[in-house]
Design a protein around this ligand. Structure first.
Ligand SMILES: C[S@@+](CC[C@H](N)C(=O)[O-])C[C@H]1O[C@@H](n2cnc3c(N)ncnc32)[C@H](O)[C@@H]1O
Length: 248
């Protein structure tokens, strides 16, 4: 059980595996206005930057669960580096179906709603760990511009235009599931670049070091085509945000 290696090659330099910058992530934490001691469950916690920095800056405690051994190790090392290893823990495992033993104040799934087969299932899963009145965070793509055709949608890593909603409709969708949207922090094109463009140098450096690796042809092909594909399609059409939700 692990994340395919191509992901850890592509995002080897990333602490945040989503299109929010450190400033936006910090702004999100502050925007929630939660007290020190807030207990967090972060499903698909990646390299743990959200939990670790919020533990350092806001006094939160909590647990992250992620399927990647590499990212989980990075998260544990980051907790030590930031001096919060006594307040956060990182568990290697499948977050699909993961429910915390004790109810938490803040339950998050940022950039991995597939663990619940989509937004509705992810919200239901997070809700099973949340105390009454707690806050939920869901990170999810939306269409900045609705793709005009199937080719454009696929170039944005969607299976088709119906995979995502425009922002107002996504917010209404959360409402339809029974949640108030009480805050949001959105990526912008510059913060998308920090996520996506930063991957290209990772790919190139890895390729220079590993020319004979079995993944080298795949990495070469991706580096050749990805920058223009990103600029032509994803950067224009795909939005992304983290939405804070409270049950009505
Ligand atoms: C887009 S990244 C987001 C990571 C982190 N939330 C962040 O924003 O930095 C998606 C994460 O989901 C993790 N993941 C994918 N499937 C998973 C699963 N079934 N259970 C736990 N983690 C999973 C990956 O290892 C990766 O860290």
């Amino acid at each position: 059980m692990d994340l395919p290696r191509i992901f850890t090659i592509r995002e080897s330099s990333h602490r945040i595996h989503n299109p929010l910058t450190p400033d936006k992530l910090a702004a999100l934490g502050r925007a929630l206005r939660l007290p020190p001691g807030t207990r967090v469950l972060d499903l698909a916690s990646g390299s743990g930057e959200m939990l670790c920095t919020w533990a350092r800056d806001l006094g939160f405690t909590g647990t992250g669960v992620d399927i990647s051994t590499v990212f989980t190790e990075q998260a544990r090392a980051r907790a030590v580096e930031l001096g919060v290893a006594d307040r956060v823990e990182f568990v290697h495992g499948d977050a699909a179906g993961h429910v915390s033993g004790e109810p938490v104040d803040l339950a998050a799934c940022v950039g991995a709603t597939w663990i619940g087969n989509g937004v509705a299932g992810a919200a239901e899963l997070l809700g099973r760990s949340l105390r009454p009145g707690g806050l939920m965070l869901i990170g999810e793509p939306y269409w900045r511009r609705t793709p005009p055709d199937q080719e454009t949608a696929e170039a944005c890593h969607a299976t088709g235009p119906a995979d995502f909603l425009p922002l107002p409709e996504l917010i209404e969708h959360f409402g339809g599931l029974g949640y108030d949207v009480v805050e949001m922090v959105l990526a912008d094109q510059d913060s998308w670049d920090r996520y996506c463009a930063a991957q290209w140098l990772n790919l190139r450096r890895w390729l220079d070091r590993n020319p004979d690796d079995e993944l080298a042809p795949e990495v070469r092909a991706e580096l050749t085509t990805e920058p223009a594909r990103y600029a032509r399609y994803m950067r224009e059409h795909l939005g992304w945000g983290v939405f804070a939700l409270m049950r009505r």
